[in-house]
Design a protein around this ligand. Structure first.
Ligand SMILES: *Cc1c(COP(=O)(O)O)cnc(C)c1O
Length: 467
């Protein structure tokens, strides 16, 4: 052990090593030196704990081994923390994997706006200061039929701004069947508390009647809030008060009606053979005063929270100081405007917005893609490959009971466990996230494009021990 320890090369010896030469210019010095130190420290521990197989290792061999470790460390430290992954889960709006993918023209617009000066808060005709919110308000109104609109950082922020502006220190009535928690700890009762509004729960988990709301209304009541139970379904013996009734009740009692729609659907999914999902347009038409929804769920755009509704309420929100802390960036506006413009022609929206396209495409299209991946992977001798039928999901807490017929490729790696295969692919520098099912790793093609498939093939053809 002593000999091995004294054979450990010093930092300087690695700094002049030929094998590390290429990294000296291409990697920040900080990362290089840290990786060298960690590499040496790792091997010192290995030696001290008798974990080195070859106890008689020559100095040059030891140096070579440590160099390989250092290269691995450099590569892992030098890659970005937030990076692209391949989503082979079949879940389209995967909250852990970044929700909706943007359409290409949205991305191009982000690049153009971000790499140049722009009129974010500049009114070009007058040459005076303008408002960042002005660029998309009219567009949202045209699409949804709203009087007014406002965009903030995300839907949770939208709900907070609505309550903080309109119902502070007053009571807001919500059905017990709608006290939702969305992943990442968005809870209606908690948001209500931050806003200084008082939550009044009515009805029961499965049934809430009009009279439950009516009985709860007091002089302190300011609003009736409906929350779309987007990520779960209460089935069986159920009753809820419909939007039309709720908004009428609010008008009769001089209260504000608010709906947190969550997903923000702008096209009628029922037209395409899906279960009815209430659209933003319908919610407004039913007489609801203020509606909020996300930009990156079923709308298929960037992360944003969109508030639409009566002008008098939206104007108040625009004057709320809280808005400054929830405001959207120019990058969001750049992407959202391009995405929203697609909705001016629905036939374009369903074709060009990736989230909508993946949801609405026919079964045969995903089958075609699955065949392409199947044929590619079949040529690899190290793999056992099957074409399988799967069920893909919309995800993002949207339409949880709607499964889509999909196809995938189930793989196993000869001589390796599925657990290892899954782990290795996930930890590859371009991570592949699939799901283990029936003792195989299933790569669902619902969420894969041909570019992803080329990458999957390339990665797997290297063999999992070298990845
Ligand atoms: C998703 C969702 C939210 C949170 O929206 P974010 O855009 O993630 O902040 C709030 N309410 C409902 C009903 C939702 O579905």
């Amino acid at each position: 052990m002593k000999k091995l320890l004294s054979n450990l090369p010093k930092v300087d010896e690695f700094l002049i090593s030929e094998k590390l030469e290429e990294y000296k210019d291409s990697v920040p010095y900080n990362i290089l030196i840290k990786s060298i130190r960690e590499g040496i420290a790792f091997y010192r521990e290995e030696i001290l704990n008798n974990r080195l197989a070859d106890t008689e290792m020559e100095k040059e061999d030891l140096k070579m081994e440590i160099t390989n470790k250092i290269i691995k460390l450099i590569e892992s430290k030098n890659q970005l923390n937030l990076r692209r992954v391949i989503n082979a889960t079949g879940t389209i709006i995967h909250t852990n994997l970044g929700r909706s993918k943007l359409m290409e023209s949205s991305v191009e617009n982000i690049v153009n706006i971000a790499s140049n000066y722009n009129n974010l808060e500049y009114d070009i005709p007058s040459g005076k200061r303008g408002s960042r919110y002005s660029h998309i308000e009219k567009l949202i109104c045209d699409i949804t039929g709203a009087e007014s609109a406002l965009v903030v950082n995300n839907n949770a922020a939208a709900v907070l701004l609505v309550l903080d502006t309109l119902t502070k220190e007053r009571e807001v009535i919500v059905s017990r069947g709608e006290l939702v928690e969305i992943g990442g700890s968005f809870r209606i009762p908690a948001i209500m508390e931050y806003s200084g509004s008082k939550l009044i729960e009515v009805g029961t988990t499965n049934r809430t009647h009009k009279k439950d709301y009516l009985e709860a209304i007091t002089p302190e009541t300011k609003a009736l809030l409906k929350v779309h139970t987007s990520n779960y379904k209460i089935m069986g013996f159920t009753k809820e008060v419909k939007n039309e009734e709720l908004s009428k009740m609010a008008r009769d009692k001089k209260l504000i009606s608010i709906e947190d729609l969550g997903s923000g659907v702008l096209v009628d999914f029922a037209k395409y053979g899906y279960k009815k999902e209430p659209t933003v347009q319908e919610s407004l038409k039913s007489g609801i005063d203020v509606v909020t929804f996300s930009g990156d769920k079923l709308l298929g755009g960037p992360q944003a929270g969109i508030i639409v509704g009566k002008r008098q309420y939206i104007e108040k929100m625009k004057k709320n100081n809280l808005l400054r802390t929830l405001r959207v960036s120019k990058l969001t506006i750049a992407a959202l405007e391009v995405t929203l413009r697609e909705y001016l022609d629905e036939s374009q929206a369903v074709k060009n917005i990736p989230t909508l396209r993946m949801i609405l495409e026919g079964k045969d299209e995903v089958e075609k893609r699955a065949h392409i991946l199947y044929e590619k992977l079949k040529t690899l001798e190290t793999l056992e490959v099957d074409l399988v039928e799967t069920s893909a999901m919309i995800g993002g807490g949207s339409m949880p009971t709607e499964l889509m017929d999909s196809f995938g490729v189930a793989i196993s790696y000869i001589g390796s466990s599925i657990v290892k295969l899954e782990r290795v692919l996930r930890n590859n520098s371009l991570s592949i996230v699939g799901r283990i099912q029936g003792g195989k790793l299933v790569l669902d093609c619902k969420t894969l494009n041909e570019n992803d498939m080329d990458s999957i093939y390339e990665i797997l053809s290297k063999g999992i021990d070298t990845i």
